[in-house]
Design a protein around this ligand. Sequence first.
Ligand code: RVP
Length: 493
Amino acid sequence: VPEKFATLGLTYDDVLLLPGAADMTPQDIDTASYVSRNVRVNVPLLSAAMDKVTEARMAIAMARQGGAGVLHRNLSIEEQAAQVDRVKRSESGMVSDPITIRPDATLRDADELCGRFRISGVPVTDAAGKLLGIVTNRDMAFELDRSRQVREVMTPMPLVTGEVGISGHDAMELLRRHKIEKLPLVDSSGVLKGLITVKDFVKAEKYPRAAKDAEGRLIVGAAVGVAGDSYERAEALIEAGVDFVVVDTAHGHSKLVPQMAAKIKSNYAVDVVAGNVATRDGAQALVDAGVDGIKVGVGPGSICTTRVVAGIGVPQVTAIHEAAQAARAAGVPVIGDGGLQYSGDIAKALVAGADTVMLGSLLAGCEESPGELLFINGKQFKSYRGMGSLGAMQSRGETRSFSKDRYFQEEVGDDEKLIPEGVEGQVPYRGPLASVVHQLVGGLHQSMYYLGGRTIPEIKERGRFVRITAAGLKESHPHDIQMTTEAPNYSRR
Ligand code: RVP
């Protein structure tokens, strides 16, 4: 008979990391890690698949900072796939499948296209894809009659073009020499094959740590469920170029999750992350299903009430450590999802066995998260809520909620009968993501130096914990002082 009581469950506030010998300099530190078997990031941070945290804008910002966003799924398949598309097109060495327009389209059409994709000009092609010209802001700005055709105002061929496969350096030279912003790439028969823009070079310099795929496009993940048309959702996301699909449920140790993961994997060469689990057995079941990453966390989330509503969960440091026992042996990366409050919690999660962490509340207050700024008593906030909260699960008018099945309540017809497992609220406004990530990654650098590890695999190997008491936790936080100035990385909760 198995033991009735598992080991003592510990979480972030129950432990500290022991300082270790550091035979290195802070400059040696490298924070790169893996989200899943084939998806590498430069900082081990993911933004949560929640409707108040990650849409395209946050995902773009996260990838530019070196991590990745996981697009939430509380919206239609078309909308979510369009967001993947926006991230994948946002920045790249070369756009391999550029947006184009036909010569008989109107300027109004061109305006609409540029607005939708936030671009400043579009190559003009015929039905066979042959490049006829380019229409940019410069061609369009002074044209009052928006019903005129693109062919009448475009800059026609011959244009300065490059060959497919041109080096970044040569492309930049051409842009510079001809003082142009866009370089279409064509094959020997004049068919448009790609586009290089000056903006991409500027961004590459501005975001040197950006997490990118083999083609230089930003990395992005997206969540799917297990019910209804979830498989069609996965197909649409993959079609749009998503780097990893996350089979996202509150109970990953249920047969539907490995089934969905296996179905996607058997048909597509895309990384599939699945979760959430909080035990070794739960992780093993996902390893056996062949997943590429395992997401760990049942109940640690700041907005989560699963542990009180259902009495279920495992304190997060123990959950990560247990799950990692199964995952590590199989070479499957682990994501520590939820419950992080301070930068120091990142290193604790990694030493416990995670490869990356997923953040909700720490990022919900950023400029780039969905939702308006709220002003309350002169202070700025942004709203944040659990995906299992009433607000997120309720259908509003015409809009259907797609997050009910995360909590197995797809079949509940009447919104009054839902059993919420999350709450709704607000978090302080924190400004642009870049400054928040700067503090989080800076804190992680400090942790790694104290631990004496150059890389994340090294700190996972070498890091040791000490368990602390309530008195130890009190000693950890500022004490015996009345704080007068907010630190950018510390506020008491
Ligand atoms: P936190 O960072 O502590 O805010 O936690 C975020 C995580 O909480 C999410 O990534 C998700 O796993 C979990 N979550 C989201 N909604 C709910 C809920 O309604 N219970 N929980």
